[in-house]
Design a protein around this ligand. Structure first.
Ligand code: HEC
Length: 154
């Protein structure tokens, strides 16, 4: 497990650096303020509703979401899915959108020692590559897109 974790951290760092390059000069996206109530963030992070098709693409992407490094998901065209975390199949039946939002934004609110990255936080120092220090892995809109797709998985 230790070896796998180390490999995982290296893969995350490499992927994160690649995605940061891909974003180019788009500017540094900010972390949007949010309120945690129990195990959820009730208020969407953006005014624009999430787009499930874009969210699926983010989850499938090896540069952006990297979700498939750890999770399996019903994305049949992607081979080599992860088995270090619960499958995302059916996750929309297990959790509502507000619960999914908190899990994607920052799972440390639920499990302080989670090794899932906090996708909308600037404090993932030990897990993401240097280019991503001080910036969230996913923008607020990307989080909403991912949540919209996860909510369809019933
Ligand atoms: C480095 C590994 C890793 C990556 C990458 C990762 N996760 Fe996770 N995820 C986990 C682990 C481990 C858990 C189990 C709960 C915990 O430990 O926090 C989890 C739990 C979850 C849960 C709750 C699932 C349940 O059934 O309880 C959701 C939803 C989720 N992750 C979504 C995502 C999405 C979406 C992405 C990509 C944007 C992602 N994860 C990327 C490791 C990861």
């Amino acid at each position: 497990m230790t070896v796998r974790r180390t490999l995982l951290a290296a893969a995350l760092a490499a992927g994160a650096a690649g995605a940061a390059l891909a974003q180019g000069a788009a500017g540094t996206p900010a972390v949007v303020p949010y309120v945690v109530e129990g195990d959820r963030i009730a208020q969407p992070l953006t005014d624009q509703p999430g787009d499930a098709a874009r969210g699926r693409a983010i989850v499938a992407s090896r540069q952006q979401g990297l979700c498939l490094l750890c999770h399996a998901a019903p994305i049949p065209e992607e081979r080599f899915q992860g088995d270090l975390a619960p499958s995302l199949a059916g996750v929309g039946a297990r959790y509502g959108a507000a619960q999914l939002r908190l899990r994607v934004v920052d799972p440390r609110h639920l499990n302080p020692s989670s090794f899932m990255p906090a996708f909308h936080s600037t404090t993932n120092a030990s897990r993401v590559g240097g280019a991503w220090q001080g910036r969230p892995i996913l923008t607020a809109q990307q989080v909403e897109d991912v949540v919209a797709w996860l909510a369809t998985l019933r």
